[in-house]
Ligand binder design. Sequence first.
Ligand code: IMP
Length: 190
Amino acid sequence: MIYLATANPKKAAELGSLLSGFDVLPRPDWIAEIDETMDSFEGNSVLKAQTIAEATSATAIADDSGLEVAALGDRPGVFSARYAGEFATDEENVAKLLGELDGSVNREAKFVCVITIAFPDGTFSSFRGETTGQIAYVSTGSGGFGYDPVFIPDDGDGRTFAEMGVSEKASISHRGRAIAKLVDFLANSG
Ligand code: IMP
């Protein structure tokens, strides 16, 4: 049995389907959401996974992800969800990003995802997935979430993540790549 740090049913279902064969459960509701207080993706994913593993005395998996934009000195980074404010919507975050990049020809960006699996004995392993791309000048597409409508992956064909289906995005996304490494680890650890 593996607990996830997320209580979000959509994220839990997506992770559960990618980890098929494992008994994956969402964060128990008696454990409060864990604040992301660290300044790196690694730090936050380790913090969340270890907190759940300790509280449940079971194996736990947590992820932390975000967008690093070169022209903005790698911001918003670990603050991606809260870029335009504590309770910012995806649309507000995207609008702020396009505003800050207004006039910039350097559109280089990178999505990062770090997934950590933590064990009840305090040990853990972390896996990093990255996807480089370009920030579009306008939003396109209605799929996905977050910055997907303005992120054009270098490994794609010019469409944004929001114009791709779930499995197509997962095949080249930072999260898909981190999960693939985790699945490999689990398969090889018996
Ligand atoms: P967290 O990993 O739940 O802390 O979320 C980080 C934030 O980064 C999200 O709220 C999004 O704004 C952004 N983000 C992370 N992964 C993606 C993605 O696959 N597409 C679009 N935005 C993402």
